[in-house]
Design a protein. Structure first.
Length: 443
């Protein structure tokens, strides 16, 4: 590495893209994975405790749908308006702040006793979760060699369904003795404790430091290079010239998403995320209650929720592996359409429990595998200086679907539509979203 003539891009290329994967890089990815597991637990715990909460607060399905939707609206707001701040202040600071925001709001949720309290606190938790998911996806991709970026994003993203999967398991231990409030105490206190872990162990993005030159950048860069077992720099390198330099910080980054260079892929990504999110979060929110309402009982509802998220973990890793061999947007199309077909088959067998559980696992594999590919597409679609902004706004505007999906399902259920009808209705946006993502043609 010739430091005298090195630029920010050439250093990152030598250290990250061409260098051997180090323990420090693995630690960053592992921490991002674990923090996303906490996100998954904290946000989806509501699906598991929904029956107990609705019984205590005497909530109808449409009001319960509002609680689901406000948490997802918070995730949308966090991804759109808070995550882009990491392109200005750095990934590390925002991840630490987001963990604190989630942990404190979840602890307070354990004491909530009215619908407005639930709505406000779930919205705040969602803001932190939305901002952290986008920031961690960016940080993990920036510590990963280019060949493995999609795989790395998939690994980190898998933390969310892994956490959701553990929600079902932990509920079996916590709820019999501590009730639904115990679930929020457990998740909230664990998340708060992770603030200190992140403060000690999460480094700043090397790409961010090299391109933004914040105060103390050289010292921070050399500390990271030391952990990566690379040669230190005597001075800050020149920032490589690019056609569109991100000046003006936060607002300029958002405006660049819709400039001539990025507009088409940005709008396409937003549409694909919106449609796929509506189906995914319909299932993430309503599977337990729909199974219970179909006469299968609380334990079966938890089992189905566990299997859907287990399928999600399998599907995400399957997508990560396949993305190193085949074109990413092609995989998204195939898996999304297949998951929609699986949902229609599910709807045609409403009383065959064993078949329904197998299909739930299969739908989880196909749907969440295909959906996760969108995160990899977003990470690859944008350059470093607007990557968190691009991922954040794709996730954020896409979460309009996550907000409307559970809410619409709540009204449909309140109007008398059964599980089969809802599955058929929500199979459509998943298939269409996959077809739209295919148009991006990203490897």
């Amino acid at each position: 590495m010739a430091n005298a003539v090195a630029t920010s891009e050439s250093i990152v290329h030598d250290v990250i893209d061409n260098g051997q994967v180090s323990g420090q890089q693995i630690l960053v990815i592992a921490l991002c994975l674990f923090f996303n597991m906490l996100d998954g637990f904290d946000i989806t715990a509501m699906a598991i405790v929904a029956s107990a909460v609705s019984a205590e607060l005497e909530l109808t399905p449409d009001r319960l749908g509002l609680i689901f939707s406000f948490a997802l609206a918070g995730m949308m707001a966090g991804a759109m308006f808070l995550a882009p701040v990491s392109d200005v202040i750095g990934r590390r600071k925002l991840i630490i702040f987001s963990l604190a925001l989630i942990g404190i709001s979840i602890v307070l949720t354990a004491s909530a006793s009215t619908l407005p309290e639930f709505i406000i606190l779930r919205f705040i938790s969602g803001v932190g979760a939305g901002s952290m998911l986008a920031s961690q996806a960016a940080l993990a991709s920036e510590y990963s060699p280019d060949k493995y970026k999609a795989l790395t994003v998939a690994v980190v993203t898998s933390g969310y369904p892994m956490g959701a999967m553990m929600t079902s398991v932990i509920a079996g231990f916590v709820m019999p003795e501590y009730g639904w409030r115990g679930m929020f105490w457990f998740g909230g206190l664990l998340t708060v404790s992770m603030v200190f872990v992140a403060w000690l162990l999460i480094p700043e993005s090397l790409k961010y430091l090299l391109e933004k030159h914040p105060e103390g950048a050289l010292q921070k860069i050399n500390k990271i290079l030391g952990k990566l077992k690379k040669e230190e720099l005597p001075e800050l390198p020149a920032v490589a010239q690019r056609k569109h330099t991100a000046t003006g910080g936060f607002s300029a980054g958002m405006l660049q998403l819709l400039n001539q260079e990025h507009k088409k892929k940005t709008l396409t990504l937003w549409a694909a995320f919106l449609l796929c999110f509506s189906t995914l979060y319909f299932l993430m929110s309503w599977i337990p209650i729909l199974m219970e309402d179909s006469g299968f009982g609380v334990e079966v509802g938890r089992q189905a929720f566990f299997l859907f998220n287990l399928g999600g973990v399998i599907g995400i890793y399957l997508m990560g592996w396949m993305s190193t061999k085949w074109k990413l947007t092609n995989l998204i199309l195939y898996l999304s359409v297949a998951s929609a077909i699986g949902m229609v088959i599910f709807a045609m067998a409403p009383t065959k429990l064993n078949l329904l559980l197998v299909l739930t696992l299969l739908i989880g594999i196909l749907q969440q595998g295909g959906f996760t590919g969108l995160y990899g597409v977003a990470a690859k679609a944008y350059p470093t200086h607007i990557r968190s902004t691009g991922i954040g706004w794709s996730i954020g505007l896409g979460r309009l679907g996550a907000v409307f999906g559970p809410a619409v399902a709540g009204y449909l259920i309140a109007a008398g539509l059964d599980m089969s009808a809802n599955y058929i209705i929500f199979a459509i946006p998943m298939a269409v979203g996959g077809a739209i993502a295919y148009r991006l043609h990203i490897d």
